[in-house]
Design a binder for this molecule. Structure first.
Ligand code: SAM
Length: 226
C-alpha cells in the first residue's frame, strides 16, 4: 500500500544496495524496497520519537529487523562514513534537505548516489549537488493528489562538473531536456500564480523591486519552456 510517489523514488535505488532513508517516518520506503529486493538492506533514520516508534513497528511487522536498522537521530548523523552506498531524503522542503546534506557532509563519504524528493525549492538541492560534485543524473516531476513533487538524483563524480546556469538550477537540467506532462502542468500552474503575484506586488505602495525582478526572470524562463 505504498504511494506512487514513494514507488517512483524507490526506482532510483540501485539493486542490492545498502541505503539510508533519512526522515523515514513509518519506514514505508525501506520496507517496500527490502520486500521487493531480497539483497537490499537499509538504515531508517528518524529524528522524532513518534515516527521513530512507527518505523520500528513497521519493520517488526514485516520481520525485517535483520535487514533494516532503525536509528534515532538528526539527519545524516545516524550513518557512518562508507556505511551506505545511497541516501534517500524525501518528503521535505528543499531547504531542509539541503541543510541536512550540508550538516552531515562528512558522513556522505562513500555515498555514490543521493536521491532527494523535495516538496518545494528543488533549486537549493541542485545548487548543493553542483557545488559538491554530485552530478544530476535523473530528475522528474510527478503529480499526486493535486500536488506536484520533484525527484532529483545526484551521482558522485570524480571529475569537475560544469556549473549549472540559474535557469537550470530553477527548472532542472534533466527536466529541461525531457519536459514530461507533469513538468508542463506544474510550471503552467506556477506561471499563472507568479504572473498574478507580480501584478499584486507592482500595485503595492512600496514595491519590492528586487523580488519583482527575480519573479519576472522566472516567468521568462518558464515561458521559454512551455
Ligand atoms: N520520507 C518520508 C516520505 O517521503 O514519505 C516521510 C516524510 S515526512 C513528511 C518527514 C519526516 O522527516 C518526518 O517523520 C520528520 O520527523 C523527519 N525529519 C525531519 N527533520 C529531520 C531530520 N533533521 N533528521 C531526521 N528526520 C527528520
Amino acid at each position: 500500500n505504498i504511494s506512487e510517489r514513494l514507488k517512483r523514488i524507490s526506482q532510483y535505488i540501485p539493486p542490492k544496495n545498502k541505503f539510508a532513508d533519512i526522515g523515514s517516518d513509518h519506514a514505508y520506503l525501506p520496507c517496500y524496497v527490502c520486500l521487493e529486493d531480497l539483497s537490499a538492506s537499509a538504515i531508517a533514520g528518524e529524528i522524532n520519537q513518534g515516527p521513530f516508534q512507527k518505523a520500528l513497528e513497521q519493520v517488526n511487522r514485516y520481520d525485517l529487523q535483520n535487514r533494516i536498522e532503525v536509528r534515532q537521530g538528526d539527519g545524516l548523523s545516524v550513518i557512518y562514513p562508507k556505511e551506505v552506498q545511497s541516501v534517500v531524503i524525501a518528503g521535505m522542503g528543499g531547504t531542509l534537505i539541503t541543510s541536512i546534506l550540508e550538516q552531515g557532509h562528512e558522513n556522505l563519504r562513500g555515498v555514490k548516489r543521493i536521491i532527494t524528493q523535495p516538496n518545494i525549492n528543488a533549486k537549493s538541492i541542485r545548487q548543493w549537488f553542483n557545488e559538491h560534485n554530485y552530478d544530476i543524473v535523473s530528475e522528474e516531476v510527478l503529480e499526486e493528489d493535486g500536488y506536484f513533487y520533484e525527484i532529483v538524483v545526484g551521482d558522485y563524480s570524480d571529475s569537475d562538473l560544469t556549473t549549472l546556469s540559474e535557469k537550470e538550477l530553477y527548472l532542472g537540467p534533466i527536466n529541461l531536456r525531457n519536459k514530461g506532462d507533469a513538468f508542463i502542468q506544474k510550471w503552467s500552474s506556477v506561471l499563472d500564480k507568479k504572473i498574478h503575484i507580480v501584478k499584486q506586488m507592482k500595485e503595492a505602495t512600496q514595491p519590492d523591486k528586487v523580488k519583482i525582478t527575480e519573479f519576472e526572470q522566472q516567468i521568462n524562463w518558464i515561458k521559454e519552456e512551455l
